[in-house]
Design a protein around this ligand. Structure first.
Ligand SMILES: [Zn+2]
Ligand SMILES: [Zn+2]
Length: 136
């Protein structure tokens, strides 16, 4: 059976990506760094091996949001695309919201729930981790 292909990109179309295969993790992050970077109350991420993701046009520009982490975004329109960090070597998080079909990758848990905004009440029954969940 052919592997699943997911396409996505930024709002203006300058940055596009293609993902082959399934995500290792799909989750909603409530941390304050994601909140600030995206100016959003929480951010849905899907994690892949770096070799699963290709950028056929421009690559995202990156911002070092901490000494360990790089956040990728479109330098033209500002859409947040990716997250890589030395503590997740070889892996890349992609914003589920930038997928062409975000409904195809439903989150399965919440992390950094200890930082969740009190008014951010989501009516799902997914597991909630106070910090980053254990691997797997
Ligand atoms: Zn753009
Ligand atoms: Zn976060």
């Amino acid at each position: 059976m052919a592997e699943r292909v997911l396409d996505g990109g930024c709002q203006c179309g300058a940055v596009r990506y293609r993902i082959t295969g399934e995500s290792m993790l799909a989750a909603i992050c409530h941390c304050s760094m994601c909140r600030r970077a995206h100016a959003a109350p929480a951010v849905a991420w899907a994690m892949f091996k770096e070799e699963q993701v290709t950028f056929p046009k421009a690559k995202p520009a990156t911002y070092a949001s901490s000494p360990e982490a790089r956040r990728g975004f479109c330098p033209t329109c500002g859409t947040q695309i990716s997250f890589t960090a030395s503590f997740i070597p070889g892996l890349i998080d992609i914003t589920i919201g930038s997928l062409d079909t975000p409904e195809a990758v439903p989150p399965t848990l919440h992390y950094w729930d200890s930082r969740r905004l009190p008014w951010m009440q989501i009516g799902d029954q997914l597991p909630r981790y106070p910090e980053f969940p254990p691997e797997g």
